[in-house]
Design a binder for this molecule. Structure first.
Ligand SMILES: [Zn+2]
Length: 49
């Protein structure tokens, strides 16, 4: 599965790990991670939140 990445040097999206001779970063902010979201709901459902 390909993940979209972002190049801070030229401010564009790319699929490459390296762009403009610099490592790219994930295009998806960590706070929007689906895993975190569902973990929270699971905790709530079990009364652990
Ligand atoms: Zn670039």
């Amino acid at each position: 599965m390909k993940r979209l990445r972002y190049c801070d040097v030229c401010n564009s999206y790319t699929m490459k790990e390296i762009h403009c001779n610099k490592p790219t970063r994930s295009a998806y902010p960590a706070k929007f991670s689906p895993e975190d979201k569902w973990a929270k709901y699971r905790k709530k459902a079990r009364g652990l939140a």
